[in-house]
Design a protein around this ligand. Structure first.
Ligand code: FAD
Length: 483
């Protein structure tokens, strides 16, 4: 099968394991920062165009003994498995070379991008326009499409909200566009839902197709934007979270407010042993100023915070000033060209994260947005610390007035013994948080099977399995991830 692909695309686009003509050879992708077990991979294919993807899928679908394809965009799914597929035996469909911004309209507010387009690249293209990209806090070298497909979280909102349409190659090799796509006239307003049942969500965290491009919404850039910074001690966790919720519920905030626990706050020059809050405020000059005043007055009057800062951009300490500037630029959609904030967390450049940034794991449960629930989740991390010796960090992304993306990070030495201990601890966290009702919204490659018991209704899982059987009877697209 790989020979047929090499004949169609060129031998330089296919990496074949040594000895693969015997039919049984596999290879490894190399280290990953999470120290997940490296899977046996049957090869890597690197298409450069959507039509090449279509041809690859058609070749695989038509072969006597199809090998499952696992698509990836830039493969920087750090902490959740990086480039690794969930199962052994897959061929990696590496789409990082498909890096064209096909079209962009900053008046109507959209861009059509391929999977290899990075958030840094797209954000740069928007400089000086009235539109911005919803950036994530990950590296500028990560994919807009890959992140959105995995339901990643940006500073403005969850990235699925940015998806207007998808171009998808189905397991049969057919290509189709779902959701909204720019019309030839350029006059069709951006509306992702279409008429009738919407097919777009079927391709998120999905193995029903390979996405070859996405129409991405570019929200308007506010005229004024600043980030209010607040510090508080653990004893005020409940009140502080409830107050931030009040601001979110009343529409005072812009984007995703963030609360960093003391471990996570270090990268942002947080004060020792204190939680740190970033609340972004935006609008016209006058409305942003007025909202900032309301927030600051309420924060001071609450007596909950040890520090309330309007903006640290004027702080005399150059390190604090630099971080504050980068945080504000991030919310404004302006790329951090040096990846400085990312490197402050990972200590190495994006290219070296998998080889030299470990060990590092993510666990991503959702927690209700109440002071009580956040305190309970934080206590669970205390229990993890007491029983494992591992002090996890937590970054809380307030997605809306009801739900918090409670990002747990775990660092460990990159040796086998520490990795085994960290992964056992991760298993336990799935159990502990699950018992509390705090279920993850993204899964790492080792917990791909957890989807069955984490989904509320088995009938819904059967429905999706039925769709998979109908659309992909020969399992052309890897079943492991969210399968
Ligand atoms: C310090 C740090 C900060 C981070 N901050 C954030 C953050 O703020 N928000 C956030 O969401 N993440 C964050 N991450 C996690 C991660 O780096 C990002 O989510 C990153 O965008 C994922 O990698 P990627 O974009 O290369 O996607 P990929 O790894 O390429 O794709 C992710 C998954 O999507 C699927 N997929 C990808 N492409 C396709 C396709 N074309 N067709 C079908 N399926 C596909 C695959 O299942 C793949 O495993 C952070 C990581 C670190 C280390």
């Amino acid at each position: 099968m790989l020979d047929a692909v090499a004949a169609a695309l060129g031998a330089d686009r296919v990496v074949t394991p040594v000895g693969s003509h015997t039919g049984a050879a596999t290879m490894r992708l190399g280290p990953n920062v999470g120290l997940y077990d490296q899977r046996d991979v049957a090869g890597v294919i690197r298409p450069r165009t959507a039509d090449e993807v279509r041809r690859v899928v058609a070749i695989v679908a038509g072969s006597a003994d199809p090998v499952a394809l696992q698509p990836m965009s830039t493969g920087h799914n750090w902490g959740l498995g990086s480039r690794e597929p969930a199962d052994n035996g897959a061929v990696i469909l590496d789409l990082s070379g498909m890096d064209r911004v096909r079209a962009i309209d900053t008046t109507a507010g959209w861009a059509v991008v391929e999977p290899g387009v990075t958030q840094g690249e797209l954000a740069k293209r928007l400089a000086g326009t009235a539109r911005k990209l919803n950036l994530t806090a990950s590296s500028m070298h990560t994919s807009v499409v890959g992140n959105a497909l995995d339901r990643g979280v940006g500073l403005l909102r969850q990235r699925v909200e940015d998806l207007a349409g998808l171009e998808v190659v189905l397991p049969s090799g057919e290509m189709m566009r779902v959701g909204w796509w720019p019309s030839d006239s350029g006059r069709t307003p951006l509306y992702p839902h279409g008429l009738g049942p919407s097919a777009l969500p079927l391709f998120l965290q999905s193995n029903l197709g390979v996405v070859t491009a996405a129409a991405i919404r570019l929200p308007p850039a506010p005229e004024a934007l600043l980030v209010v910074r607040l510090n508080f001690t653990r004893s005020h966790l409940r009140e502080a979270v409830d107050l931030v919720r009040h601001w979110v519920s009343q529409g005072l905030t812009h984007g995703v407010p963030k609360v960093y626990d003391p471990a996570a706050a270090k990268a942002y020059h947080g004060t020792e042993d204190e939680f740190l809050v970033h609340v972004c405020v935006a609008g016209t000059m006058a409305s942003a100023e007025a909202l900032t005043k309301v927030l600051i007055d309420e924060a001071v009057a609450s007596g909950v915070f040890t520090q309330v800062t309007h903006t640290d951009r004027a702080d005399p300490d150059p390190d604090v000033r630099e971080v504050a500037t980068l945080v504000e630029l991030g919310y404004a959609g302006q790329p951090d060209d040096e990846d400085a904030l990312f490197q402050a967390k990972m200590r190495v450049p994006a290219d070296d994260v998998d080889s030299a940034g470990g060990g590092f794991l993510f666990f991503l449960p959702l927690v209700p947005f109440t002071g009580e629930a956040i305190a309970q989740a934080t206590e669970l991390l205390d229990r993890v610390h007491e029983t494992s010796g591992i002090r996890c960090g937590a970054t809380m992304n307030m997605l809306d007035a009801d739900v918090v993306d409670f990002v747990v990070t775990m660092r460990f030495s990159p040796d086998d013994e520490s990795a085994a201990h960290a992964h056992e601890t991760l298993d336990r966290m799935y159990g502990m948080f699950g018992e509390a009702g705090f279920l993850p919204y993204r899964l790492d490659v080792d917990h791909a099977d957890a989807i069955d018991h984490l989904s509320p209704d088995p009938a819904a899982r059967r429905f999706i399995r039925h769709l998979k059987d109908v659309l992909d009877p020969r399992t052309v697209i890897a079943p492991g991830r969210y399968g």
